[in-house]
Design a binder for this molecule. Sequence first.
Ligand SMILES: [Zn+2]
Length: 127
Amino acid sequence: MAMSLGDSQVPRAPTSLGGSQERFARMVPRLIDYVHYLGYEIRLGDLFRDPRSHGALDVQGVYGHPRSCHKLKMAIDLNLTANGVYLEGQAAEIAHNKIHDWWDTVGGAKRIIGDLNHYSVQYQDMR
Ligand SMILES: [Zn+2]
């Protein structure tokens, strides 16, 4: 593993919402660094889904899961490119599988089948 978050930098298993948000915010820059390390570029997607437009927690908004960590500022969607070309299909799957394997090692939430570009941390029953 070429990159680590380092135990001194990332508090483990915080129980408070704020502590979990702070831990995720420390993880995101390393996630982005890792994607660049692999040679991909990123066109950022959703991070925070504001309840004013996406509904409160447990409420179905215009899209997304009603209990998504996006509503808690603990999820980010990464759209990848290589040589200026947006990755889709098998190319996206290969790239995101590598990134998710790394994300698993630093305490990220398990990947969601069918939502490959989504990176989050587990909070209660949410990811
Ligand atoms: Zn997402």
